[in-house]
Design a protein around this ligand. Structure first.
Ligand SMILES: [Zn+2]
Length: 291
C-alpha cells in the first residue's frame, strides 16, 4: 500500500523500514498518561496494529495529561481503551485495534500480548512489571517498559523517568536491577499477607504514591524515548539501549552501560512458551489486584 502520509518517515528510514513498522503489531499495556502518548506516536509512525489493554475508565484528574482526551468526554463512563482506539483512528482509521477492557493478567490480556510483535508496558506497578517481564520472555516478545516519576519531597524536587528495553533474553528489568523486587513482592502478595504486613509495618509509601504528581511533558519525554528505541530496532537503524534514564531536574538523559546480571531466571525463559506456565498468575487471581 502506498501511503503518502508516511513519506517523511521513509525519507529517514526508507520504504523497507516503513514496511517493517507496518508489519509490526504493538501491545500497549496501560492506556494512561504514558500509554496515550505511546499510542499517538505509534499511530503516527504507521504501525500495523495496536492491542490496547486497560481495565480502567477515565477520571477527572486525568485531564491534565491524557493525549486525545476531550473536555466533554464523560466521567464516569469513558474507557481508557476506547480513548486509545479513538486516538489511533483519528490519525489512521485503517489501523486494526484490539481492545481488552480488563487487567492484562487475564486470558484476553495474555492473548492480546502474545499476539503482538512488540510490547509496551506503560504501568505504575512493580508487580505488574514483573509479570510482564516473565510473560514477554516466555513468549519471546520484546518488551519496552516505560516509567515516569515525580518526587516533590526533596528541594528542589526530583523528576524524570526511565525506559528499559528487554529482548532475546539479553537483559530484563530484573537482571538490569531496574525493578524494586520488594515492592513487586508486596504488589503480588495475597490479601491475608497484605493485612498482616500492614498491621505490623503500616502502609508502605509506594502503595500510597500511585495517585501522586504526574505531568504531560515528562510522560511525553519518556514515551518519545520508548518509541524512538522501538523505531531504531524495527527499522534496523541500531540495537536498543537497554536503559535510558531522564533526569528532568538536571536536564540530562543518560544511557546505562552496565551488563545484566548473569544467570537471570527471567531471561532464561526466553521463547519457551506455555511450559513456563505464566498463566498461573491468572489462575491465582492476581489480575484482581493488578490492573
Ligand atoms: Zn533478565
Amino acid at each position: 500500500m502506498n501511503n503518502e502520509r508516511l513519506n517523511r518517515n521513509e525519507m529517514f528510514f526508507g520504504r523497507d523500514g516503513q514496511d517493517r513498522i507496518r508489519r509490526t503489531t504493538c501491545a500497549v499495556v496501560g492506556v494512561g498518561g504514558l500509554g496515550t502518548q505511546v499510542v499517538q506516536q505509534l499511530s503516527l509512525l504507521g504501525v500495523g496494529g495496536l492491542n490496547l489493554i486497560d481495565s480502567e475508565e477515565i477520571d477527572t484528574t486525568n485531564r491534565n495529561r491524557y493525549v486525545g482526551l476531550r473536555h466533554d468526554d464523560p466521567v464516569p463512563g469513558f474507557r481508557k481503551v476506547d480513548l486509545g482506539e479513538r486516538l489511533a483512528h483519528s490519525i489512521d482509521p485503517t489501523i486494526p485495534v484490539q481492545k481488552v477492557f480488563d487487567s492484562f493478567v487475564s486470558e484476553a490480556g495474555f492473548f492480546a500480548i502474545r499476539s503482538a510483535d512488540w510490547v509496551f508496558g506503560c504501568l505504575d506497578c512493580e508487580g505488574a512489571r514483573l509479570i510482564l517481564t516473565e510473560l514477554c520472555s516466555a513468549y519471546g516478545r520484546p518488551y519496552t517498559d516505560v516509567a515516569s516519576d515525580i518526587n516533590p519531597q526533596p528541594t528542589p524536587p526530583a523528576y524524570g523517568g526511565r525506559v528499559c528495553v528487554s529482548q532475546c533474553g539479553n537483559g530484563c528489568l530484573v537482571c538490569l536491577n531496574v525493578l524494586d523486587m520488594d515492592e513487586a513482592a508486596r504488589d503480588l502478595e495475597g490479601e491475608a499477607e497484605r493485612r498482616n504486613r500492614e498491621a505490623i509495618y503500616g502502609v508502605p509509601r509506594a502503595a500510597v504514591g500511585r495517585s501522586g504528581p504526574s505531568v504531560v511533558s515528562i510522560n511525553g519525554m519518556m514515551a518519545s524515548i520508548a518509541v524512538t528505541e522501538f523505531m531504531a530496532v524495527v527499522t534496523g537503524l541500531r540495537q536498543p539501549k537497554a536503559i535510558s534514564t531522564y533526569y528532568g531536574h538536571s536536564g540530562k538523559v543518560t544511557v546505562s552501560v552496565d551488563a545484566p546480571r548473569k544467570n537471570c531466571w527471567y531471561c532464561s525463559l526466553w521463547d519457551q512458551g506455555a511450559k513456563v506456565d505464566v498463566e498461573r498468575y491468572i489462575r491465582d487471581g492476581i489480575g484482581k489486584a493488578i490492573r
